[in-house]
Design a protein around this ligand. Sequence first.
Ligand SMILES: [Zn+2]
Length: 304
Amino acid sequence: MTATVRTVLGDLDPAELGVCDSHDHLFLRSPRLPGEELDDQGAAAEVLRAFAAAGGRALVQWTPHGMGRGGAALAGLSRGAGVHLVAATGLHQAVHYDPDGLADLYDGLAGLFTAELTTGLRGAPAGTRAGLIKVAGDYHGLGEHTRRVMAAAAEAHHATGAPIAVHHELGTAAPDVLDLLCGRYGVPPRRIVLGHLNRLPDLRLHRHLAASGAYLALDGPSRAHHATDHHLFDTIAALAEAGHAAQLLLGGDTTTRGARHSPGPTHLLTALAPRLAREFGPALPHQLLTANPARAFAAEWAAP
Ligand SMILES: [Zn+2]
């Protein structure tokens, strides 16, 4: 079976993915971020055009089900900008949802995730499919909602082959996530992308997590992660020295309106990539922005 990246326009040869922002948001809505909703299609198009002009070719949106992920707009935006878009199914922490709506979703959660990966996103035109499953841990632990969502994510992974991307609250509970998803539910670590680890700059922990074989997404530079940006290069250096450069991914993680253009996804290419080349040589930005995402987000999709 051939591995492909499942984009909103169809399955793509990973060699065609190109320079990729591995964790970002064109659309996002949460009761936790009032007034900062990313819901403007024109603004999303502008962000993508700027990203493409800077050499960007692909963007992975980690906005899961029920958070205004813009499913109906994604295919048109991708075509218009010439940027491959990967959309997400899955669920975030319970605090990002209306409790009644969430209760209605709990029955048949794995079926919902699987359908969004194989048939199409709920609320989007037929054929606009998700290419990954987004889940979220809690602060230093995994609560009941989280465990329920992760069980469904693992089931949908086994049904489809989809990669699973994980939000870690302040960078914590990643070992618990690997214990649950890999230890209990048998998801291969190389199918998991651990996000937000830069929020807990514990290099020994990072090396331990990387030794599992999972991918590590460093979600910055970004307004949401500004406090972590000063140790991004030390984190990359330590993990590369430990032999884990092939597991590192970079993303802009734009979560508010104010961050759309500054820094926004383009900053990864105009500011971060040249600095990476200067510090570590030209092979490293290619590895982190092109070679690694092509492996991390490609899957041998099971037939529906
Ligand atoms: Zn995010």
